[in-house]
Every structure is written in structure tokens, then in C-alpha cells.
Design a protein around this ligand. Structure first.
Ligand SMILES: *Cc1c(COP(=O)(O)O)cnc(C)c1O
Length: 237
């Protein structure tokens, strides 16, 4: 099977150069619904960061990968899906990054469950940048207080912001959302040392996201092809 990885890396590289930030944009491979073997194949090509939406699905793949000879720590695991409080313990123990932190309660739960001996858990605050009623993410004006709480929490390391702008046929609408995120990110950086990650952009819009300041893009279908439909394997969580 020819891998789609290199063409995607080339496009990221070209967009980062065009934005005057060569080498400064990381790829997160979004492997939800993909089998462990597909993760191993990309890992063998050098991809290290993988994103999953559901805690249980990620844990199952970590076990399968271990059986395939890929240790859990050979991969940097990112949780990018909405996190329920009752899954916070497992998230804190089995991921390196949580990108979907959006409320105080999760700060406390993740902090409490991150082992003192482990490296701090990297945290991105998810922002509901278009104010969509159905979406997770905190309101833009709640970022400051939440960021201060993350920065003060033992076991957590504030790294930046994540957003999923509303899908829109109007490119200007999306660009405006990216620009709002960038302004929030720039403000956050002046307040907190170590903030270096603005996670936005997916298969359909990662190039404009990079043009507007993304430092990490989260890509699924452009890397793996269309997602498999998971036939009732567990549901959210
Ligand atoms: C599925 C998903 C992606 C990747 O989407 P594609 O369109 O397949 O690239 C990125 N971010 C989040 C939060 C997702 O749930």
C-alpha cells in the first residue's frame, strides 16, 4: 500500500514555508476508527504523534500495538475527543496530551490522576470559537481563567489551544475563526511560559489553518483514507 503520509507532510511543509514558519508545524495523525496495524504502518514511516477521540478505543489499540511490538511510549498519544469526567483517570494515565480540556472539573480530575512520577500531561484548552450550541469547548472569554487553573495544577503543563471551527462553505468565515484563535493564542503566550501549540486544521482546511497560525494540524482522512464505520463498538467514551 502506498502511504499517503509523505504527500501530506509535503503539503504541510509547503504551507509552513509560505507562512514564513518552515519546520514549525507538527502533524497529528488522527487514527480514530483505524486499526492498530494502520498506526503501526505510519509509525514505521516515522510518524510519532497519533490522535484518538475515545479513551477506550485508544486503550484497546495501545494493547494491540504492544502485541505487534510497538510499545506505548514509542507513540505520543493525544486525546482529541470530548472527555467525560468519569474517563479522566484513564486519560491522565494513558495519554501524553489532552487537547479537549474545556472546564474546571477536568483540570482537577486530570491533575489528581496524573502520577507524580510521570512527565506532566500536556494540555490544550479547547475553544468553541464559533459559539456553536452543540459543540464542546469553552467560550473564548473563559480561556484566561481556565488557563490559569491549568498552569497552577500539579501534573499538568499548559501548551496552548485547540479548536474545531464550524464547517463552512465560506472560506472567509473559516479564516475569521482561525484569526480569532490566533489572537487568543498570542495573548495566552504573553501570559504563560511554555505555551507553543495552536492546534487547528483538519484534512479539508489544514493549509489555510497553517496560513493563519496553526502550529499543529490534526489529519485523519487525508492520511488514512475514508474512516471505517465502527459497528457498535462501544460508543462515546
Ligand atoms: C476526526 C477529527 C479530526 C480529523 O478529521 P479529518 O477530516 O479526517 O482530517 C481532527 N480533529 C478532531 C477533533 C477530530 O475529531
Amino acid at each position: 500500500m502506498t502511504s499517503l503520509l509523505q504527500p501530506v507532510l509535503d503539503r504541510i511543509d509547503a504551507a509552513a514555508r509560505a507562512a514564513g514558519r518552515p519546520g514549525e508545524v507538527r502533524l497529528l495523525a488522527v487514527s480514530k476508527t483505524q486499526p492498530a496495524a494502520a498506526i503501526r504502518a505510519l509509525h514505521e514511516l516515522g510518524q510519532r504523534a497519533f490522535g484518538e477521540n475515545y479513551v477506550q478505543e485508544a486503550l484497546a489499540k495501545q494493547r494491540e500495538l504492544a502485541a505487534l511490538g510497538v510499545a506505548a511510549d514509542a507513540i505520543e498519544w493525544h486525546l482529541i475527543g470530548p472527555l467525560q469526567s468519569n474517563k479522566a483517570r484513564e486519560a491522565a494515565q494513558h495519554f501524553h496530551w489532552v487537547q479537549s480540556l474545556d472546564r474546571d472539573k477536568l483540570v482537577d480530575a486530570l491533575s489528581r490522576h496524573r502520577a507524580a512520577a510521570a512527565m506532566p500531561l500536556n494540555v490544550l484548552i479547547q475553544v468553541n470559537v464559533d459559539g456553536e450550541a452543540s459543540k464542546s469547548g469553552c467560550a473564548p472569554d473563559a480561556v484566561d481563567a481556565l488557563a490559569r487553573r491549568v498552569a497552577a495544577a500539579p501534573g499538568l503543563r499548559l501548551r496552548g489551544l485547540m479548536a474545531i471551527p464550524e464547517p463552512s462553505p465560506d472560506p472567509a468565515h473559516r479564516r475569521a475563526a482561525f484569526d480569532r484563535m490566533r489572537a487568543l493564542f498570542d495573548a495566552l503566550r504573553t501570559e504563560h511560559e511554555g505555551v507553543d501549540t495552536l492546534s487547528m486544521g483538519m484534512s479539508d482546511d489544514f493549509e489555510p489553518a497553517i496560513a493563519h497560525g496553526a502550529t499543529m494540524v490534526r489529519i485523519g482522512t487525508a492520511l488514512f483514507g475514508a474512516r471505517r464505520v465502527s459497528a457498535g463498538t462501544g460508543g462515546p467514551g
